[in-house]
Design a protein around this ligand. Sequence first.
Ligand SMILES: [Zn+2]
Length: 413
Amino acid sequence: MRPLLRRIFSLLTALVCLTSMPGVGSAVTPSDRSTIPWYADSVQWAVSRGLIDADAAARLTPDRLCTRAEAVDLLWRCSGAPAPASLLEFRDLRPEDPCREAVSWAVENGLAAGFARGYFCPDVSWKRADVLYMLWRWADSPEADAACPFTDIRRECYYYDAVCWGLQAGVTAGVSAERFSPNRACTLAELLCFLHAASTLGDTRRLVVIDPGHQLHADGEKEPLGPGSNQTKAKTSAGTYGAASGLHEYQLNLTISLALRDELELRGYRVILTRDNHAVTLSNIDRARIANEAQADVMLRIHANGSTNPAIHGAKAVNMTRSSPYNPELYADSRALSEAVLSGFCAATGAKQLPIWDTDTMTGINWSTVPVTILEMGYMSNAAEDLQMADPAYQKKMVQGIADGLDAYFDNH
Ligand SMILES: [Zn+2]
């Protein structure tokens, strides 16, 4: 932040520190609250991101004000809780205060400022304009494209550009078409809505969740086969192993998934892995939930096959049936995903293309709320295919082929 701007910001925020105590003013913002409950989606998002817990979400009332410490802490955790360069000292923050790291990070990055004589005022509320200003700085201070239509925001205000940007980017709708109410204390519900909108801005990349099948230790405990099902299945089976390579399937699956993540990121995708090491305890429902909560565009489950017949070889893909009792609405997209990924994989590797299997016997598919496929990359029980899949040169082709398949899927979705 430019020094003059920083001083002005600090001065004005200091004024808020003295005047905007919790309980002063009711932050009623009809336009930001156009649905009932107007903040439900953002609260659900915050819970799914682990920003607030479910109990706090259930207790949240629309007029509960947000403190400066809470606002900074939420933004900090939304940013992945980065370590500050140093822990800053404030007269009203104890060394053991849980928000101290977040406050230090925010001040270092010009997102918040302390006050005269070394105070931070962690327990007082922030006005709406300052919250927008913090988010605008967080978004790298983008320029607004047009003048701000709000009549209660003056051009010379330090937060003019921030509010303008917030309106144009859809972070805020104001309290009406003409007014933003910059000086009203920001509620926690409003902050969560602002933060939710700001955090998903500008990231139009496709989100692929890759689930490397299995893990170091199988888990025989049972879980329901699908939502509402009386049938149960083991939480995580052991997977197969290489007849000739001696590799465990969980190892091969992770090797391919990590390389696939790198390739997809190079191609402009956003990628989440359900696991990036072997020592996890994830059930198949857990794996589906990761993709569901992230609202992935697709979930790709990476597996290899095994058979008692060592002659069988080839790749196949698996998705739900058209009449799935759990998620039939995902059939068309999931089937298209299966076809694209399997075709891409077989074209790149030369593997035999086996028919796609429509089935409702896979827990991780049944619990999915996003298009999903399992790619069975080949048979580890077939010595030749097993050795091929363990070969780094062939693995490169496998990864390229899967990525080509995803590109082809997204060309039409
Ligand atoms: Zn498997």
